[in-house]
Design a binder for this molecule. Structure first.
Ligand code: FMN
Length: 209
């Protein structure tokens, strides 16, 4: 049975477009396949702490002996176990100031661990999180997938690099864009994203069957 990890990162609570879309996808999966195991990790509502002088060593192989270091290591281990245990990873990723939310970046800071999720070899770095599918659901006020602002998109390329560094390369990007281009454009963007997610839910379950 497909195990799905859904990560939300919006700071905007129930108003969040990306959370609406991750919820929609979870509902689509549940209604089609009630036995699908869905794990939710909401780093928007329960933010992942930033790394500090006290905790960074824990993530970089030198744990130290403080309570804070032990807590950071335990959190990192738990997040990596969730990641490695999933067949499908869904990330709800709002665009905040042209990038991902800082708490989603903090999640990546806790799961990118040398020797565990990637390693350095004589041929260069190698991802160790293999055989996964991922869906990144992006919500943005502007238009970045084409046009004059495309070069200001530091969200999707960064997420692509981080996932790819861990070996997660089979990724579909679902973009709800132009959310600030008026109510009609916003409704159209959300409807289109839901339709795309519906198609993906069908495909994923067909592949898992
Ligand atoms: C703090 C903050 C910064 C934002 N920065 C950008 C931005 O740089 N570019 C953009 O197109 N939209 C920006 N937006 C708009 C969001 O991308 C948009 O509201 C989207 O719906 C956010 O996803 P969410 O609804 O899941 O929170 C920003 C919103 C917030 C709250």
């Amino acid at each position: 049975m497909t195990k799905v990890l859904i990560i939300d990162s919006a700071a905007t609570g129930e108003k969040s477009v990306s959370r609406k879309l991750t919820n929609e996808f979870a509902e689509q999966l549940r209604s089609r396949e009630p036995r699908a195991e869905i794990i939710r990790r909401d780093v928007g509502r329960a933010p992942i702490p930033h790394l500090t002088e006290e905790t960074v060593g824990a993530i970089r192989g030198a744990p130290g002996d403080t309570e804070a270091a032990a807590a950071a290591l335990a959190l990192s281990d738990a997040l990596i176990a969730e990641l490695k245990g999933a067949d499908l990873i869904v990330i709800g990723a709002p665009m905040y100031n042209f990038g991902m939310p800082s708490t989603l970046k903090a999640w990546f800071d806790h799961v990118l661990r040398a020797g565990i999720t990637f390693r350095y070899t004589s041929g260069g770095p190698e991802g160790l999180v293999r055989g996964k599918r991922a869906i990144v659901i992006e919500a943005r006020a502007g238009l970045y997938s084409e046009g004059p602002a495309a070069g200001m998109d530091h969200q999707e390329p960064h997420i692509r690099t981080l996932l790819g560094f861990m070996g997660v390369t089979d990724v579909t990007y679902v973009r709800a864009e132009k959310l600030a281009f008026g109510p009609e454009a916003a409704t159209a963007a959300i409807t289109e994203a839901i339709e795309q997610l519906d198609g993906i839910a069908q495909t994923e379950l067909a592949l898992a069957a």
